[in-house]
Design a protein. Structure first.
Length: 178
């Protein structure tokens, strides 16, 4: 019978790659350091070689480890997307979005790739105008909008803190999580 690759082994390996330490990975995963070591040994046995060079302070990837790190990151991403598709109803239809012309480029540049990847069945209709006009439109029309005060937004994080998303749609609401 063919061997089975336990997804937990890959999650443990990716945590080590991310944090660069067994102890930090163990803490993040709520596992003991010995369990993390065991996962690495099991994954190395499946891979047919050492994935990590370790000493008391650092962890470095071997050439095989670099290959497994890249491939396992992609596999985990697909795994998580598949799991999410089982429990998340597909949002579909048209979403009308009004966004201030002052920062439409910043918000849409960051948001559109994620929205289109996460919600491929959504048709997005975007209108840009001043925040005041969009707030007035949002109060009396169906759709969603983003309004904010650009003068208080010196970074994308500040923009997120000083921006509100409103929805005036009637009927079923789809929650969009990106």
């Amino acid at each position: 019978m063919a061997e089975v690759l336990d997804i937990d082994l890959l999650r443990t390996f990716q945590a080590i790659v991310r944090f660069g330490q067994f102890l930090a990975a163990a803490s993040f995963l709520n596992k003991s350091p010995s369990a993390v070591s065991l996962h690495v040994r099991r994954l190395e046995a499946l891979a047919g070689g050492r994935l990590l060079e370790r000493d008391n302070q650092t962890v470095n990837l071997t050439p095989l480890g670099r290959r497994v790190a890249l491939q396992s990151a992609e596999l985990l991403r697909h795994h998580d997307q598949l799991l999410a598709s089982f429990s998340t109803p597909l949002a579909s239809g048209r979403v009308r979005l009004g966004i201030s012309e002052e920062y439409a480029g910043v918000v849409l540049g960051c948001s559109l790739p994620h929205l289109s990847a996460d919600f491929p069945h959504i048709e997005l209709e975007v209108e840009t105008a001043s925040s005041g006009r969009l707030s007035a439109l949002g109060a009396r029309s169906t759709g969603s909008g983003v309004a904010g005060d650009r003068s208080r937004c010196r970074s994308i994080d500040a923009l997120r803190e000083n921006t509100r998303l409103y929805s005036t749609g009637v009927g079923r609401r789809a929650q969009l999580h990106a």
